[in-house]
Every structure is written in C-alpha cells, then in structure tokens.
Design a protein around this ligand. Structure first.
Ligand code: HEM
Length: 256
C-alpha cells in the first residue's frame, strides 16, 4: 500500500518534470521570434534613416510618412504613431534582453571558462556567442537611451531636427557605438536563427553554412557602410545648422 503511494508520488514528480522541461524550449522560441522581429525592424529602420543620403526632402518625406501626415495634409501628422511603434519596439527589446540574460555567464569564473574554451576551439559559431553577449550588453544602455528619446520626442524627427540631435545634442558618439553593436548583433543573430532552425540547410548543410557566413559578412559590411555614411550626413547638416538649433526643416514647396 505504502509503496503504491510512493510510486504514485514519484510518477507525479516525473510528470511535473516533463511539463517543466517544455519551458526552456518555449523561451528559446520566444527569444528567436523576438530576435527575428527586432532584426527586421533594425534593417528597415536603417534604410529609412539613410534616406538623408538622398537629401533633406527625402528624409522629410520619410519622417512625415511615418506620422501619416498624408491624412492631415497640414505638415503635421500623428506623432503618436511613432510613440506606439517605439513603445512596441521597447517592449520587444526588453523582453529579448530578459530572455537572453538566461544564458549570460553567471559569474566571472563561468565567463573565464567560456573564454578559454573559445580560445581553444577557434570555432566561429562559438566566438559569435561571445560577440552577442558583449554587443547585447552594451545595447541594454545605449539602445534604451535612444528609444526613450524617440518615444518622448516623436515630433522632432526630420532632417534638421535629427541632425541637431546628432550634432548639437551630442548623440553622435552614442550612435557610433550603437551602430556597430546593432549591425554586428543583428547579422549574427539572423545567421544563428537560420542555423538553429535549419532554414537553409538544404542537401549540404556544411556548404550552406559557409555560404550563410559569407552573406552575414556582406550584410554587416553593407549596413555598417550605410549607417556610417548616414551618420556623417547628419553630422555635416548638424554642423551647418548649429546656429539655428531647434528650427524645424521646412521643404521648399511648403515655404512657397
Ligand atoms: C521606434 C523606435 C525607433 C525610432 C523611431 C528610431 C528613429 C531613429 C532616427 C530618426 C534616427 C536618426 C537620428 C535621430 O533622429 O536622432 C535614428 C538613428 C539611429 N537609431 Fe534609431 N529609432 C528607433 C529604434 C532604434 C533601436 C531599437 C535601435 C537599436 C537598438 C536604434 C539604433 C539607431 C542607430 C544606431 C542610429 C544611428 C544611425 C546611423 O548611424 O546612421 N534605433 N533612429
């Protein structure tokens, strides 16, 4: 009698264990999905930010489209749209960072052990993990500052407004470091997603993994170049506009 009760309680303990063991997989999936959404956002975001390379009017057009200015036609749309997008991105960003923290080294000793394994193995995918930890950690701080500013100043996005923030508002050093962190992190993250879920494994996973690594390098170089060129453009405009900080850009067809 007693042993039957013992067996039952052992069984329910085992069942509990089986139920619990699904959680890491669910958290992994949540981390992958939030990472995918953030990666797509980051690449789209940089393409939009780089509209400054096509001129002030192009960047003005993009910023007004984001506010849905075409619905009012008054030169002012609904900056609350930017607030909502920024709040959604911030929530995703915090959730993704929280999920990633599960796998951060928990002590100096663990970090040291990992680093010595990494040095011994000289295996790119193992080293990528360390880059993700380092760039992700920096983004906790730098990314939060930027998203918070965007959320609280949604109407101050435009060629002069952004350039003033970059140059006169001293955001350029933050953007410079953030840009490297974001582009390295996003490209490695997308590559790891493809490898982890076997998206492009095909008939020869090894050869395809090498191909994916080349694509990853290409994408990183492309977005870093685009980001640096855009940052340089904002700095140049910001220097020229330093005596008129706070004045919004008005395109020629509006002033006429
Ligand atoms: C909805 C949220 C976001 C909005 C509305 C937004 C908007 C902008 C805008 C307008 C700029 C141009 C400079 C300025 O106006 O200050 C910019 C630059 C930048 N943003 Fe964001 N951003 C958002 C989220 C993020 C996130 C989540 C990251 C990364 C964690 C990020 C990284 C950057 C970087 C690195 C730059 C500099 C780009 C360059 O060097 O060319 N942004 N962003």
């Amino acid at each position: 009698m007693e042993s039957a009760a013992k067996r039952n309680s052992m069984q329910s303990l085992l069942e509990d264990e089986v139920k619990k063991s699904r959680m890491p997989a669910r958290l992994d999936l949540a981390q992958s999905l939030s990472g995918l959404a953030l990666g797509i956002f980051m690449w789209t975001h940089l393409l939009l930010v780089s509209s400054i390379l096509l001129g002030n009017d192009a960047m003005y057009f993009v910023s007004k489209m984001m506010e849905a200015e075409f619905l009012t036609g008054t030169g002012h749309g609904y900056p609350v749209i930017v607030v909502c997008v920024a709040a959604t991105v911030f929530t995703l960003f915090i959730s993704h960072a929280g999920l990633a923290m599960r796998k951060f080294p928990a002590s100096w000793r663990q970090a040291k052990v990992f680093r010595s394994h990494m040095a011994m193995m000289v295996h790119p995918d193992t080293s990528y993990w360390w880059s993700q930890v380092a760039s992700g950690f920096l983004m906790f701080f730098l990314g939060s500052v930027h998203i918070y500013v965007m959320m609280t100043h949604p109407a101050q996005i435009g060629p002069y407004e952004s350039a003033d923030r970059v140059w006169s508002g001293w955001m350029w050093p933050l953007y410079l470091i953030l840009l490297f962190c974001v582009e390295v992190h996003a490209a490695i993250g997308m590559y790891r997603l493809a490898v982890k879920w076997g998206v492009f494994d095909g008939a020869d996973p090894r050869a395809n993994r090498r191909r994916l690594q080349k694509i990853r390098t290409g994408i990183t170089v492309f977005f870093l170049t685009l980001g640096l060129a855009s940052l340089a453009a904002y700095i140049k405009i910001g220097i020229g506009h330093a005596d008129h900080v706070g004045e919004a850009y008005v395109p020629a067809h509006h002033s006429n």
